[in-house]
Design a protein around this ligand. Sequence first.
Ligand code: PPS
Length: 300
Amino acid sequence: MALTPELSKQAKWKEIAGIPLAAATVDNWNQIQAFKAKPDDLLICTYPKSGTTWIQEIVDMIEQNGDVEKCQRDIIQHRHPFIEWARPPQPSALKLGVDKANEMPSPRILKTHLSTQLLPPSFWKSNCKFLYVARNAKDCMVSYYHFYRMSQVLPDPGTWDEYFETFISGKVNWGSWFDHVRGWWEIRDRYKILFLFYEDMKRDPKREIQKVMQFMGKNLDEEVLEKIVQETSFEKMKENPMTNRSTVPKSILDQSISPFMRKGTVGDWKNHFTVAQNEKFDEIYRQKMKGTSINFCMEL
Ligand code: PPS
């Protein structure tokens, strides 16, 4: 029987431990789990739509000592291997993320959206550096909704009201925001983890970039730091073809539906949540995040 477009989209996604992931990731799970991390790896970790591309560009700018041309060498998706990636985002990128990482010379900078429970175990044993960026759940949810709408490979999110329930239930790709953020927050003192917030990066990018620089063991002068702040602003990255996903075919990301670099703000959730949804969300948040000390800024 021929699959309808909706069914064929759904068929591309499977679950591991109840967490939806790309079917190709699940099909290559043993290989991904067997990945050998090294002590000098730096792993960028985020829940989707939390500022991954932003922190990747910041890290690369720091690594390249503020050299803009060097950061233009490739699209951001190719600069840092995405370790659980198994479905090619571009026809030219057929390799598994772990294969690309294996071919990369050290010190390596890698990327993941995996929760602590799904991370390949060698990352814990190698005692490498982890850079986690968290974004408040409501803005993250809104950003993910628009990403689901424009993505031609993710399942259809349905209406905002339908998607609201899906997000809360954690049945979105890479799983529950609550479990993800909680998991990484709770182990932040046990490993070499720099835990950053998207909202702090918006409020004071220079201060947060300085933290990243120190964490990476780099010492760049003031002028370079200022340049990195300018070059990694939302406005610059929105126009930059190496970061704005304009090279991704429309058959994968349809930016006429919603741009990848959409708004880049704190508090857009207020334009989406109804009063009732906000109350419901706050109650669920209280239950799911009970006992954690994490605090999010919901508006600037
Ligand atoms: S992905 O698909 O998971 O890798 O997406 P991710 O890069 O994590 O998140 C995309 C959101 O981050 C915003 N963004 C930025 N905000 C501020 N400054 C800069 N430089 C920046 N770069 C990306 C992007 O606009 C998405 O958020 P929304 O709210 O949808 O605009």
